[in-house]
Design a protein around this ligand. Structure first.
Ligand SMILES: C[S@@+](CC[C@H](N)C(=O)[O-])C[C@H]1O[C@@H](n2cnc3c(N)ncnc32)[C@H](O)[C@@H]1O
Ligand code: SF4
Length: 401
C-alpha cells in the first residue's frame, strides 16, 4: 500500500527521514465470508451468491482474534465476499473494537441501508471502504449488476450522514480508466475522506480477465492525475487520504514526478520512499481467508501457508519454511529481469509478486505490471538485464521540454 497523500504533505511539511522499520504485527485483511451478492469480473475471491461450506464460526473468529491481539496486529480489515452478509459481522466488529484494533469494513456498499446503518455506526468501525469502479453504467458493467452504482452511492451517503469515515476503492482496468477523472470529482463533491486506487492483480477472476489490465500508458496517465489531484486538494486545504495498492512501482513513479515538478525536494522524498520500502506482502500485510487459511496477502489464495484450525496465526506467520514466505521477507528481495536490475528496488521491493508468478511460474521474475521505462529504472540503452541491485545515488533527470 502506497500513501500518496503522505508524500505530497512531505513537500510542504517535511519530517525527518528515519530508518525503515516494520510495525510489530501485520495488518490483517480477513475475508470472513466468500458469499457475495455481486460477481465482479475481476474478483480475486471468485465470490458468488451461494454458500461456501466450512467457513469460520463466530467462536473460531473470536478465538483467532485473541491470538492476533497477542501477536500485536494493529489493524483488522473485515472483508469478503460481502461481509454484511455475515449475520455476526457486528458482533465480530464490536469485539475487535473492544480489543483495541483499528477496524475497517470492506464492503461493496449495495447492502448498506436504513435498516443496518444504525448497527454499522454503533459498531464503531474506524473506516468503511466502498468499491466504486466507475460512474453509473461503467460500474454496473464491471460489477455485473444493474443499479449497483446507485445502491453503493446510497450506502456511501448513509455512512457519511452518520459521520463515519468513508473511502472509495477503485480498481482500474482498460475498461473503466476513462471514469477516473469523474470519480475523483465525485470524491471531492461528496466529501469522501479517502480514495484508494488499486491496480489490477492477477488473482481469481482478475487473473482470468488479465487481458483487460490497463496499458502502461493508461496507468502512467492515471498516476499523474492522482498526484496532481492530491496536490491540488492539499494546497486548497482539503486533506484526504490518497492511497494506491497492488503496484509499488507507484513510489518510483512519484519520485520521477517530484524530480520534474519539485526538483528541490527530490532527495528528501527519495529518503522517505526508501523509509517506506515498497511491497510488504508476507511482512506487514497478511490475509486470512473464509476457511481460516493464512496467505501472504489477499492475492495469494493459491498459496496456503497453514490453517488457524491447526496452528495459531502467530506460528504460521513466523514460519519461514515456506520458500515464498522466506523470499517475501527479504528486503530488498532477490529478483531477476528488470526488477533485479532496477536501481530503485529498495523503494518498490519488486511490487506484487503475484503477477510475475501467474505469468511465468516464477514468483521472483520481473513484474509485468511495472509501467516504468528502462530509463526510469536506471537501465541504460544496450545494458544487459541481469540480477543485480544497484545502490548508486539517484540523479534526477530534468525535464528538457
Ligand atoms: C474482494 S472485495 C471484498 C469486499 C467487497 N465485496 C467489495 O467488493 O468491496 C475487496 C476489494 O478487492 C478488490 N479486488 C477484487 N479483486 C481484485 C483484483 N483482482 N485486483 C485488484 N483488486 C481487486 C475489490 O474491487 C474490492 O475493492
Ligand atoms: S469484488 Fe467484492 S463485490 Fe465484487 S464479487 Fe468480489 S467480493 Fe463481491
Amino acid at each position: 500500500m502506497f500513501r500518496i497523500s503522505h508524500f505530497i504533505r512531505e513537500l510542504d511539511h517535511p519530517t525527518p527521514v528515519a530508518p525503515r522499520r516494520n510495525p510489530p504485527g501485520p495488518v490483517v485483511i480477513w475475508n470472513l465470508i466468500r458469499r457475495c451478492n455481486l460477481t465482479c469480473k475481476h474478483c480475486y475471491s471468485i465470490s458468488a451468491d451461494k454458500d461456501f461450506p466450512g467457513e469460520l464460526s463466530t467462536d473460531d473468529v473470536l478465538r483467532v482474534m485473541d491470538d492476533l491481539k497477542a501477536f500485536r496486529v494493529p489493524v483488522l480489515i473485515l472483508s469478503g465476499g460481502e461481509p454484511l452478509l455475515r449475520p455476526d459481522i457486528f458482533e465480530i466488529g464490536r469485539r475487535a473494537k473492544a480489543l483495541g484494533f483499528y477496524v475497517g469494513l470492506s464492503s461493496n456498499g449495495t447492502l448498506i441501508n436504513g435498516s443496518n446503518i444504525g448497527a454499522i455506526a454503533d459498531t464503531g468501525f474506524d473506516y468503511v471502504g466502498v468499491s466504486l469502479d466507475g460512474i453509473g453504467a461503467t460500474h454496473d458493467k464491471f460489477r455485473r449488476l444493474e443499479g449497483a452504482f446507485e445502491a453503493s452511492m446510497a450506502g456511501i451517503r448513509l455512512c457519511l450522514s452518520r459521520g463515519i469515515k468513508v473511502g472509495v476503492r477503485y480498481t482500474m482496468t482498460e475498461d473503466n480508466a476513462h471514469d477516473l477523472p469523474a470519480l475523483l470529482r465525485l470524491v471531492e463533491d461528496e466529501g469522501i475522506d479517502k480514495f484508494y486506487f488499486s491496480h489490477l492483480n492477477y488473482a481469481g477472476r482478475g487473473n482470468k480477465h488479465r487481458a483487460d489490465d490497463a496499458r502502461h500508458q493508461t496507468t502512467r496517465d492515471a498516476m499523474d492525475l492522482l498526484f496532481e489531484t492530491c496536490l491540488d486538494l492539499h494546497r486548497r486545504g482539503i486533506e484526504k487520504d490518497f492511497v494506491t495498492g497492488n503496484n509499488d512501482a507507484d513510489g518510483v513513479y512519484l519520485l520521477h514526478w517530484v524530480a520534474r515538478r519539485f526538483p528541490e525536494h527530490v532527495e528528501h522524498i527519495r529518503g522517505k520512499l526508501v523509509q517506506w520500502g515498497g511491497n510488504a506482502s508476507g511482512v506487514n500485510v497478511a490475509n486470512i481467508d473464509n476457511l481460516g487459511v493464512v496467505h501472504p496477502d489477499t492475492m495469494w489464495w493459491h498459496v496456503p501457508l497453514g490453517s488457524v484450525h491447526e496452528r495459531k496465526f502467530s506460528d504460521i506467520w513466523s514460519d519461514l519454511s515456506n520458500p515464498l514466505m522466506a523470499g517475501l521477507k527479504q528486503h530488498p528481495r532477490v529478483l531477476s529481469g528488470r526488477c533485479g536490475a532496477c536501481r530503485h528496488l529498495e523503494i518498490c521491493n519488486g511490487s506484487s509478486r503475484v503477477r510475475a508468478q501467474q505469468i511465468t511460474g516464477n514468483a521472483w521474475a520481473e513484474d509485468p505490471g511495472c509501467y516504468l521505462s528502462d530509463q526510469e529504472i536506471g537501465l541504460e540503452a544496450g545494458e544487459s538485464r541481469g540480477e543485480r541491485i544497484v545502490t548508486t545515488p539517484f540523479v534526477p533527470r530534468r525535464r528538457t521540454s
